[in-house]
Ligand binder design. Sequence first.
Ligand SMILES: NC(=O)C1=CN([C@@H]2O[C@H](COP(=O)(O)OP(=O)(O)OC[C@H]3O[C@@H](n4cnc5c(N)ncnc54)[C@H](OP(=O)(O)O)[C@@H]3O)[C@@H](O)[C@H]2O)[C@@H](O)CC1
Ligand SMILES: Nc1ncnc2c1ncn2[C@@H]1O[C@H](COP(=O)(O)OP(=O)(O)O)[C@@H](O)[C@H]1O
Length: 525
Amino acid sequence: MHPTAADLPYPALLSSQQLRARETRLARQLPPYSLMARAGAATARLALAIAPHARHIWVVCGAGNNGGDGLEAAIHLQAAGKTVHLSLMQTGDKPLPSDAAQALQRAQAAGLRIGDQAPGHFDLAIDALWGIGLRADRSSPADGPMLDWLQQLMQTEKDVLCMDTPSGLLADTGAWLPWLAAQVPPSPKGRRFTLSMLTLKPGLFTLQGRDWAGEVWLAPLSAGNPLWRSDQIPATDITVSDCGQLVTHARSPALAHDSHKGIFGDVGVLGGQSASSDGQGMEGAAILAASAALHAGAGRVMLHLLGSHPASPRPTGVVADIMLRSLEAMRALRGSLVCGCGGGSQVVQVIPQALQHPGSLVLDADALNAIAAQPQLQQALVQRAATADNRGITVLTPHPLELARLLGTDTPAIQSDRIGAARQAAQQWQCLVVLKGSGTVVAAPNGRYAINHSGNARLAIGGTGDVLAGCIGAHLAALPPGSSWADGWQPLLNAVWLHGHAADTWPLGRMLTASRLAHSLHRPG
Ligand SMILES: NC(=O)C1=CN([C@@H]2O[C@H](COP(=O)(O)OP(=O)(O)OC[C@H]3O[C@@H](n4cnc5c(N)ncnc54)[C@H](OP(=O)(O)O)[C@@H]3O)[C@@H](O)[C@H]2O)[C@@H](O)CC1
Ligand SMILES: Nc1ncnc2c1ncn2[C@@H]1O[C@H](COP(=O)(O)OP(=O)(O)O)[C@@H](O)[C@H]1O
């Protein structure tokens, strides 16, 4: 018996396909038209709350049920005394879906006039062109008002409230419609809000979704969010491995007073080749990871810089708390091992040793590149998972290009479906995978995934990924050998969330650097 989505303490992230099945089921239990009426009313309420002084509201409706929701919202906003400018996509001879047709009749009966020109002035736009029915496989329309409307919705400095999803953004992936992608400005100019209907969609929280959805609200459209309550609608066909979760905080027990350093576990860091090897010194990356592990709460931290001699002087930046170790001495490490940060071309020599590590293993950066390039290392990685009973879990922490190398594809392919790519890698390598970037995706071998909701573009500088690797090492350090990925799931989510949270709470006016970020981490609990 698997836990179902009903067991998740939050609205799950569902794909459009999963959502449609639930929507159909829910609609059958309610009087006709209820969902559209509720979606329209909820949108109008939110519009009045976010832009109470808006007088002119432009409601842009498509020719599907998303447009129907928009028509309903328009009726409510007009009744609230607003001047509503309504644009509706004409569909030629093709009839509107029945609910949307009913919404159109109601709008006309309410005296709303429909134009195909955007108004010269508006204070708030309601975007109801496309919702989850948007199809990625359609080519660009050559002309027509829709293109003009889309451009205005993307370029306006006024507030935009998106119904269900921002039009043009694919709800499952957070990517834009392929033909639209080239026309999308780097970031919106005005405030943006999204009212997600029934449940949350993954595309609102990763890739371009975070910028273009803006502040996300949820309209369950039914009391008690019954989609997730098995007593009202059986949801046993949705397991937690089928759907995603949004990570919005760290969840960890309070620290016991009777704690000692052994409880928190040790972290070892293997990486940071010196400049003498090929002229590319990258010790800093491994030092950042070790520093992050220290501040994130490891009991003890040990560091081996690749190519270094045990008798070498302590490199600048390695504080006294960090113990320098020879490669040989690292074999005795228990706890977690972080391998690859700044590893350069030398790291390949130590990966076989790392894969034998009896505790949790975090593979980052050049370790991932080396594995991508060498089939025998890939076999060894799979072999490690097969013998996980006496080893530990393995976490891969790629950015999109590193994951593209691992999966033998390119970055655009990864970014066009970040969730799918992370799940594929997790399944293929039987590892936990952390695909970094805006809306970091964490995936497990059984398909379970999560999207991290913390973090921001302050992190888009060199070294913050090394800090994340060290932070993850610290959070996994206490897991005993033989732990399963399920044991590591929550500590891993905590690490990813806290790393992003540190950037979210960064003091204004103080530049975020990777070393400062490492120092700002702290042990949860
Ligand atoms: N039913 C209900 O009670 C409830 C419904 N809800 C709402 O319904 C929404 C889903 O409605 P939906 O299924 O009608 O899809 P929708 O997003 O309107 O898009 C379809 C339209 O877009 C068009 N189109 C698609 N792709 C295109 C492209 N690439 N380029 C150009 N055109 C394209 C497509 O054209 P067609 O394929 O028909 O030619 C059709 O006209 C959902 O997001 C939520 O808001 C919820 O509030 C819950 C209650
Ligand atoms: N725009 C962004 N929004 C949120 N997080 C970001 C953004 N850009 C980068 N990050 C985060 O910063 C880190 C960068 O990691 P990575 O690309 O490996 O950098 P490096 O190798 O230089 O350490 C990751 O945790 C990533 O998720």
